[in-house]
Write a protein that binds this ligand. Structure first.
Ligand code: GLP
Length: 249
């Protein structure tokens, strides 16, 4: 297997294919009595994948009882009850509608005290490792080239940690927060190395406003200036695009 791009007419078709791959992996692992470790993403890009997984759970009996999930990131500081939290997002779009065990859900905790964060982040990576490593990682991409919240400057060897959000990222998030002044300045994110250790990476991007960063990600030099370019190093990464996001390739 190697890296490649798949271009779909639209994000609905693309999301169905991605959801089907995830479902097949869950079923395969289940039949071997193994847990399936999913790395999950937030943002608008994965919403239709989650919708499709929920549909498969309700209509086709797809069970998530053997799934362990690790989310990529969370704003910091951020309470779980906050509507803008990724904790809230994941429950609203996925976890509240499927049979995943609550104890198998892992999302970086935006309430951990600052002085305990380093240990917390080290433990997050350790927990991923102890669970057997991520089998399938879903990714979106920010206009800065971030995956998770690994903003420009992120090192290829970086693990889970606290980062400072890029100005562009905060501008893009400002509509969710009723203005940029309300957007947190920091976040906890899985590191680049955390993501690269996943056995499979699928990055999804939809729409014209992602076309430039997609071109730089897929065709540009590998560099921490565009952290998503590190996926070019990964042996099993796929870029799933709609026609607009792929328009500059
Ligand atoms: C946020 C998330 C990223 C996500 C990006 C793109 O910054 N932390 O994980 O990929 O937004 O969001 P969207 O999918 O809404 O374009």
């Amino acid at each position: 297997e190697k890296n490649h791009n798949v271009i779909f007419k639209n994000s609905v078709e693309a999301s169905k294919v991605v959801a089907e791959e995830i479902a097949q992996l869950i079923r395969l692992k289940q039949s071997n009595n193994e847990s399936c470790v999913l790395g999950l993403a937030t943002g608008s890009s994965p919403i239709k994948v989650y919708e499709e997984l929920v549909r498969m759970h309700k209509e086709e009996g797809l069970s998530f009882s053997s799934v362990i999930s690790f989310n990529l990131d969370e704003y910091y500081p951020m309470t779980k009850e906050n509507r803008q939290s990724y904790h809230y997002f994941m429950h609203e779009h996925l976890f509240n509608h499927i049979d995943i065990k609550p104890e198998n859900v892992n999302i970086p905790d935006g309430t951990v005290a600052l002085e305990q964060l380093n240990q917390y982040c080290t433990d997050y990576d350790l927990k991923i490792k102890k669970s057997g490593g991520i089998d399938f990682q879903l990714l979106g991409i920010g206009r800065t080239g971030h995956v998770g919240f690994n903003e420009p400057g992120s090192h290829i060897n970086s693990g889970t940690r606290i980062i400072t959000l890029d100005h562009i990222t905060r501008v893009d998030a400002s509509s969710d927060f009723n203005g940029i002044d309300n957007v947190p300045k920091r976040a906890i994110t899985m590191g680049v190395s955390t993501i690269l250790k996943s056995k499979r990476n699928v990055l999804m991007a939809w729409g014209q406003n992602k076309s430039e960063i997609i071109k730089r990600t897929i065709q540009g030099d590998i560099s921490s200036d565009v952290p998503a370019t590190f996926l070019q190093h990964h042996s099993n990464a796929t870029f799933v695009l709609d026609q607009s996001a792929a328009s500059e390739l």
